[in-house]
Design a protein around this ligand. Structure first.
Ligand code: GDP
Length: 359
């Protein structure tokens, strides 16, 4: 494998800003620093990983000119997107997510799938210790030509990461990846973000009896389309069987899903490979059922609606807090509230008026 190829296949570091010259290998446009949007789109559609990575870097960039270019690329890629199966995988740290994804991914490759692995990792906002930042993870997968791994974009809020991940999905689909895996740590908010962009949500749990479910937020279990009792190997096998029964009983207490899909509980092991073919088969059944009764498309439409409002809220908040009068007056109002001279509602009203009248 030549070094350029190898580089494109390995996990790339997240960057805060796209470098000014993002594409040293390709001919620059006269007077412009970047390729034309059409060239990006063509490169992406041809499955060129270097161009794909560069376009994702534009999406992740905070520079307005990069953002504008990214939006043009996205729009042009949209007609070629949407044809993948989007799978969210969540579970507490240590449950075996990366080991599972490596094994599962290798089995998918045998079925000639082309896989993208993205992450939404809230901890990466605090430290650079992203769940996908560790280059030793998923080593075998990252060597494959048919796998594209990208860590959580750094320097973003969870909302920002989610938005950018959603846009990244579009580019990866346009590049021909048919299976998009989005990994997240089971800590609350990030599951909701992932759930809002995937077709199927897989919850990994450990064999530890039904008590495990107590610690996991009810909402997350409710979102799950499948529970996999992981590490069902060696001494843990019997424990895993008990856990499976306990989780099955617990799931019965939840209302049936709109899709009429009943979330199964299965046992698996990222180390022995047990359960992988079962999961692949279940995913196939899920698609057959939900595409057949229209709920697959409905979920995607609902997600589009969710993102419409999410984007509007984000933009409005941004416009509000960057408004010069609001920026000037906000500390004054805040101080008055802290000193008990003004009520929060009055304060908010005053600031909103400034925003409303002097746009
Ligand atoms: P993550 O934090 O959820 O990504 O978990 P990792 O995949 O990094 O695994 C955490 C630890 O559990 C590692 O020491 C793995 O070797 C071990 N582990 C992962 N999967 C399995 C499994 O299926 N069976 C057993 N016995 N150990 C596992």
């Amino acid at each position: 494998m030549d070094s350029k190829k190898k580089k494109a296949l390995s996990i790339s570091e997240g960057v805060d800003q796209a470098p000014a010259n993002i594409n040293p290998h390709l001919k620059r446009r006269k007077g412009g620093a970047h390729l034309r949007p059409d060239d990006y789109v063509q490169g992406i559609r041809l499955g060129n990983r270097v161009v794909l990575s560069q376009a994702i870097t534009l999406i992740e960039s905070k520079l307005p000119e990069h953002q504008a270019l990214a939006q043009q690329i996205l729009e042009a890629c949209l007609p070629y997107a949407g044809n993948s199966f989007r799978l969210g995988i969540t579970g507490s740290p240590g449950v075996g997510k990366s080991t599972f994804i490596e094994r599962f991914g290798l089995d998918l490759l045998e079925q000639n799938k082309k896989i993208t692995i993205l992450a939404i990792d809230p901890s990466s906002q605090l430290s650079r210790g992203s769940i996908l930042g560790d280059k030793t993870r998923m080593e075998a997968l990252s060597r494959s030509e048919d796998v594209f791994i990208r860590p959580t974009p750094s320097g973003q809020t969870l909302g920002g990461v989610a938005r950018k991940t959603r846009e990244t999905i579009v580019l990866c689909e346009a590049a021909g990846f048919d299976t998009i895996i989005i990994e997240t740590v089971g800590v609350g908010q990030s599951e909701i973000a992932v759930h809002s962009m995937v077709d199927f949500f897989l919850l990994l749990l450990l064999p530890g009896g039904g008590d495990e479910l107590q610690g996991i937020k009810r909402g997350i279990v409710e979102m799950a389309d499948m529970i996999a009792v992981n590490k069902a190997d060696g001494d843990r096998l019997e424990l895993a069987r008990q856990a499976k029964r306990a989780y099955q009983n617990a799931l019965h207490l939840f209302p049936p899903k709109e899709s009429s899909w009943t979330p199964p509980v299965i046992m698996c092991s990222g180390i022995s490979g047990m359960g992988m073919s079962d999961i692949i088969e279940q995913l196939r059944d899920f698609q057959k059922i939900t595409k057949g009764n229209g709920t697959f498309e409905k979920k995607r439409s609902d997600q589009n609606k969710y993102w419409l409002y999410e984007t509007i809220q984000h933009r409005l908040r941004q416009l509000f807090y960057t408004h010069p009068d609001v920026k000037k007056q906000l500390p004054v109002v805040e101080k008055a509230i802290l000193e008990g001279k003004l009520s929060s509602f009055r304060g908010a009203e005053q600031l909103l008026k400034l925003f409303d009248h002097k746009k």
